[in-house]
Design a protein around this ligand. Sequence first.
Ligand SMILES: *Cc1c(COP(=O)(O)O)cnc(C)c1O
Length: 519
Amino acid sequence: MKYLSTRGGAERLTFEEAVLQGLAPNGGLYVPESIPTLPADWATAWQDVPFTELSFQLLSLFVPPTEAEGGIPREDLRELINKSYASFRHEQVTPLHRVSEHEWCLELWHGPTFAFKDVALQLLGHLFEYFLARRNAKSSTPHTLTVLGATSGDTGSAAIAGLRAKANIHVFILHPQGRVSPIQEAQMTTVLDENVHNLAVPGTFDDCQDIVKALFSDKAFNDAHHLGAINSINWARILSQIVYYFAAYFALRRAHPTVDASRVQIVVPTGNFGDILAGFYAKRLGLPMERLVVATNENDILQRFWATGRYEKDTAAAGDVRATLSPAMDIQVSSNFERLLWYLAYETAPGPDKAADAGSQVAAWMQQLKSTGAMAVSEAQHAIACRDFSAERVSDDETRAAILRYYRADADRASYLIDPHTAVGFEAANRVATRQPQIILSTAHPAKFSEAVVSSIAPASSEQEATAFFHTHVLPKEMHGLLDKERRVTHVDIAPGPDKLAALIARTKEIIERDGFQV
Ligand SMILES: *Cc1c(COP(=O)(O)O)cnc(C)c1O
């Protein structure tokens, strides 16, 4: 199994190369050259196995078994998977919770940072460490990785949890000082491992992103420090997430044998299209399901694509994105959507070399998006997208109402507290409701977004009442005392001057040179 770029070219990478490289040199994303075939007996052979075994079986389809092929010997793969999910608090890793007669919630937040990104980043951290150690065993020049990222909260804490204490890796995460929620800030800065560096930037999230972009495009600095990205375009992140779609299917069948699991609608709160893209791969592999539902917040480029077939930036939004109650889904364009576009192009390609046709089509689309802010697929391609997916847009008011509605018990269901991202999913699910079963993916624990949750449930409460409510009803016991723990954070301190961004970039470089690998 080799990997190719969505933007074409002759490059064919091994799994190892695709994971370490992240983004293709031509700007494309790596996709597997074909969709593997499931074993004929998968539906019975896998039905009772634990999550780690399911993960092993599915990953084995995409990862060759030898080092020579850029793969991973089977016993090593098994160990990497077992280590990755040993950090989860629930024995099922991603348990399925029944909310009402037709609704089930797939809880993806039982990992170290209480967000779904742990499922992928726990594994990615182990893969990075494994590949670096393997390369170092054969080479006299050390292979190291300096992971650099900007965060408004969720990605940073999950990346830090995945990379802490990993050999040959330093991780630098930039966050806007004082603009990250207290819980998220504590989750990042109370990790004291010496390879973890939290940089507090006196500025906005956009400033953090600008610094990161500047360092990645600084070729000399990048070559010296081997910068690595941890964002959601890495193929290993998508791959690891395919597993929980299968886990949900089997959990539903086991617990409710009379429910027709093959008619299920799966609803996914969506930002960069990574989580739901894994569902698309599950569907293409042959997992029975009715349809995937894309649930967006007011940053609705995906919802508009399904309505019109046009993928068009929101020019009415002031700045690049609309700030909503579900910040992890505040995006202008969805990076992983390019992979779906590749499949739409591939299926409608004239051939004989469909992969090459698809690559040139996607490259042209991306060029158009960059120069005009919009691109469109053909009617046939739009029809294919609508066969597998539908899409709904959910406003902040609807998000708040959904949090409150599910918190209040009624005749049909017990009280269930959800975070604002998950609430976008539940609201979308209600809209497309039929009498068929629905699985809604829950992407974060409500404690991570306590302000939105508490104010939705008790809008009129005083600050004191809200704090008391938060401690008794929202905060999980594992987070008690988190805010008081010892912290370590490096301030990107700069002298006032005319060019603030240039000063921030220069200071960040100094900090990485001082605290990271000596090169
Ligand atoms: C990252 C994130 C999402 C969006 O996932 P994508 O893969 O980017 O679509 C949704 N909810 C939460 C809580 C997240 O952290």
